[in-house]
Design a protein around this ligand. Sequence first.
Ligand code: CA
Length: 219
Amino acid sequence: MRLLLIEDDPMIGKSIREGLHREGYGVDWVRDGWAGEQSAKSESHDLLILDLGLPRKDGLAVLSAIRAAGKIMPVLIITAKSEVDDRVMGLDAGADDYLVKPFNMSELSARVRALLRRSFGRADTILVAGDLELNPQTREVRVKGNQIVLSQRELALLDHLMRRPGAIVSKSNLEESIYGWGEEVESNAVEVHISNLRKKLGAGRIVTLRGVGYRIDVK
Ligand code: CA
């Protein structure tokens, strides 16, 4: 999952990005409204976290512009108390949810998970591929009923593949789903995670199509 964060406050932005990294999300962080709008329009993100008071272009104007451009990803607004009226306008302008600052990380990540579940249309559903199960809510993975412990990155990769059953997902798409811009990514990072996943889950569950990408085996 790759998220876009538009937030000018360095402290808040840093803590959100680090918190979401720990949960296994790739986070692109942009610090002004104008640049944020360009990123939202030109890149593909699974969710947008949007501050309202922003330099160069305010959050509400950014939101209207990206909705007008046909972008349908879920949008979570984060506002200061003084901007509460803007919050209502934000929902009118096409936001899906809002949080009032200050908030704690666990609340933010719960909202993010809920919005992503809704946007993938699989509310509270366990992802299943044969005898492999992933519960996005509890983040538990089971093979034949036995729980398997995965790292955050491994979990994020597996989640990305299992939400696209039978589809071929390219390596660059997988990379984008778990890393944000400017993050140091080893060129073989995806291969390493996939190899570790195979060791933990058993061979044959993740199919490599050489030069094309990866696919989860749904049998
Ligand atoms: Ca701000």
